[in-house]
Design a protein around this ligand. Structure first.
Ligand SMILES: C[S@@+](CC[C@H](N)C(=O)[O-])C[C@H]1O[C@@H](n2cnc3c(N)ncnc32)[C@H](O)[C@@H]1O
Length: 210
């Protein structure tokens, strides 16, 4: 039981249920439930403790990610550039009792990673989820990949539904594969998830290949 007298899972499910109703009425662009559950499964892997999300919106996917991390004292860093959605997410993380597993960053990616930005010093992410402005995905990937731990996995949403806006991103992903820096797989689930795993610099075994 938590301090509100609810089992924490029950509490999270009730917040998610309300958010699914809100999503039909508001402009939150949340991931579909299957994608959210896939993210939960990835974040539940024992070696995944430090997770990055670009595009918090009102925190729907963030609740799945942070609830997986809450079982092992992990931390989700999630970036949102819209003040209203950032604040809504803060309310939802509190309501789900997950606030202590979430570091919310109000700002614009990729600038948040640059010198003096709130994420400038952060490295060794185990998992990253990209779900923001489609024609900026290449810029996000350029900043995120060097900050992943070797073998770390990046998941990018909308790689089928918004394929037309993602030429630069797809070219970059293919180039990284040719250069042996990152492997990729396009998973045709929901809106299309591109999985990009960072190949270790050492030339040693890839800890997670796709
Ligand atoms: C598709 S929604 C994210 C949905 C969220 N992942 C979920 O499933 O609940 C995209 C969000 O990214 C935010 N966004 C767009 N470009 C951004 C950027 N460059 N930096 C930070 N946030 C950005 C938008 O304001 C919007 O709230």
């Amino acid at each position: 039981m938590d301090e509100y007298g609810l089992e924490s899972e029950e509490r999270i499910l009730s917040v998610l249920g309300r958010m699914e109703v809100d999503a039909a009425a508001g402009s939150f662009w949340n991931v579909p439930r299957t994608t959210a559950e896939f993210l939960f499964a990835l974040a539940s892997m024992p070696e995944v403790k430090k997770v990055l999300e670009i595009g918090t919106s009102n925190g729907y996917s963030g609740i799945f990610l942070s609830s997986a991390l809450s079982h092992k004292e992990g931390l989700l860093y999630t970036v949102e550039s819209h003040r209203g959605r950032f604040e809504k997410a803060a309310e939802n993380f509190v309501a789900a009792n997950l606030k202590k597993y979430v570091e919310q960053i109000y700002g614009h990616a990729p600038e948040v990673f640059l010198e003096g930005g709130p994420l400038a010093g952060e490295r060794d992410f185990d998992l990253a989820f990209i779900d923001a402005t489609k024609n900026e995905y290449g810029g996000y990937l350029g900043e995120v990949l060097p900050r992943m731990r070797p073998g770390g996995l990046i998941v990018a949403d909308n790689c089928v539904s918004h394929r037309g806006e993602l030429d630069g991103f797809f070219e970059m992903v293919e180039r990284l594969a040719v250069e042996g820096k990152a492997k990729n797989t396009l998973l045709k689930v929901d809106n299309g998830l591109m999985l990009v795993s960072k190949v270790p610099d050492s030339g040693g075994p890839v800890t997670r290949g796709w």
